[in-house]
Write a protein that binds this ligand. Structure first.
Ligand code: SAM
Length: 430
């Protein structure tokens, strides 16, 4: 499961876990570092080096330590974003305080990293005191041996940080890339949206058709739109306004660039052309494509950061919500997918329409050579997730084979439109 999307544990539990992890990690680091340093001195392996070489060894050991620390910082940031826990309580404190003021973005991660690094540097002090104290107190330990001890301790600490980072990655992400640290909008656009690929041929046709069930002249929300607009053109005529939400500010910035016609903004015209074809125009002209782009630009009135982890990702609901390849493509954990679906579908008004698309039986899809998590769901899972409050439109859940396993990591998609029930006992018009 990826770093960003593990269900949050309760705040108290997160503190208890972090405190325990901090104590365990501090003792483990001390044991590994001290044993490596002492072992290196005792082995006599570096005993014949001259003073200069010993100093050079110490410098190299610091580089190794910094390298290990870098891996540790990344893993710690992912762990905090995913679970709210850390193996360093000060880092968690800094993260939580900054997150409260500035949100869970880069400022919070930076604060966590500064606190983590500060603590690691502070942990060096006892080693200096021990090494030079021992060298000063007894002739049995030379200055060079003290430096070799420090260098060895650094190497031990580097190994420990590397191993901890690997363990954290396994726990948090089962090797999956993280939206918080690994997602690059440009890579996604290049890998998936240079041409209209089989999954999008089916998805856009589905959206065009399903949009006929949407209440006209009402706002439409796209939840988890990513840096993309290819699904949005389908609703431009129906919607009074289009609201676009995504978790990552850099995705929303990419959309903003398209709206502003910024140089280098992605070219969505092949997708607009295909949308118009699905609407029944067999040969859209350039002017018609431009007109749909302009209409879409004019209808987009809100671009907002949303997080499917929150029970109420937005403080309003919508008559129509579209969420394509979001919940299923944001987590590798089935229970978390169900939770995301509950939160996203909770944004649909009673009687409103929910349109969704998902990768079928996909554990991971590649973007820029990195594997992002898939929830590995099928049509039965989607039906079950919608069942309590939604009735699928006539077509039910469509399964479309797309044969893109080699290119992207999935071989089929699920498409579904569903209407939210009115609460029992309410009166309906029409
Ligand atoms: C595979 S992309 C799909 C983007 C777009 N809907 C498409 O069809 O190309 C998955 C999207 O889910 C978004 N996402 C990941 N975690 C999320 C969360 N917790 N809340 C909302 N969106 C999230 C990512 O930012 C990303 O844009």
């Amino acid at each position: 499961m990826d770093a960003a999307h593990r269900p949050a544990m309760s705040p108290v539990a997160a503190w208890v876990v972090s405190l325990a992890a901090t104590v365990a990690s501090t003792y483990a680091l001390d044991a590994v570092a001290a044993a490596t340093g002492a072992g290196l001195v005792a082995s006599g392996m570096l005993g014949d080096l001259g003073h200069r070489s010993v100093v050079a060894f110490l410098l190299v050991s610091y580089a190794a330590w910094a390298f290990g620390l870098r891996a540790g910082l990344r893993a710690n940031g992912n762990l905090l974003a995913a679970t709210g826990t850390s193996s360093n309580v000060l880092s968690k404190l800094a993260y939580d305080l900054t997150r409260r003021r500035c949100g869970a973005g880069s400022a919070a991660r930076l604060a966590a990293a500064v606190a983590y690094t500060g603590t690691e540097i502070a942990k060096e002090v006892p080693y200096y005191l021990a090494a030079f104290g021992a060298a000063a107190a007894t002739d049995a330990i030379t200055t060079d041996e003290a430096l070799i001890f420090l260098g060895g301790a650094n190497l031990g600490a580097a190994l420990y940080e590397g191993a901890l980072a690997r363990l954290t990655r396994t726990v948090v992400g089962r090797g999956h890339a993280s939206f918080d640290t690994d997602w690059v909008p440009a890579e996604y656009l290049t890998d998936y949206y240079r041409t209209v690929e089989p999954d999008e041929i089916a998805t856009i046709a589905f959206l065009v058709d399903a949009m006929r069930h949407a209440e006209p002249d009402q706002p439409v929300l796209y939840f988890g739109t990513g840096p993309t607009l290819h699904h949005v053109f389908a609703c431009a005529e129906t919607a009074s306004e289009i609201h676009l939400g995504d978790y990552l500010p850099e995705n929303l910035a990419e959309i903003q660039r398209w709206i502003e016609r910024a140089p280098g903004a992605h070219d969505w015209r092949p997708f607009v052309r295909y949308t118009l074809r699905c609407e029944g125009n067999p040969c859209p002209t350039d002017a018609e494509v431009t007109a749909r782009e302009d209409l879409t630009r004019a209808k987009i009135t809100t671009i907002v950061r949303v997080d499917a982890r929150h029970p109420r990702p937005l403080d309003r609901s919508y008559p129509t919500v579209v969420s394509a390849y979001c919940a299923d493509s944001a987590t590798g954990d089935r229970a978390t997918w169900e939770l995301f679906m509950r939160h996203i579908t909770g944004l649909v008004q009673p009687g409103g329409l929910f349109l969704t698309a998902a990768l079928r039986r996909c554990r991971g899809y590649t973007v820029g050579g990195k594997t992002f998590p898939g929830a590995d769901i099928d049509e039965g899972d989607l039906r079950a997730a919608l069942r309590p409050h939604f009735t699928p439109l006539r077509e039910g859940v469509e399964v479309v084979p797309t044969d893109q396993h080699g290119a992207h990591g999935y071989a089929g998609i699920l498409l579904c439109g569903a209407r939210r029930a009115h609460p029992a006992g309410t009166l309906r018009c029409g």
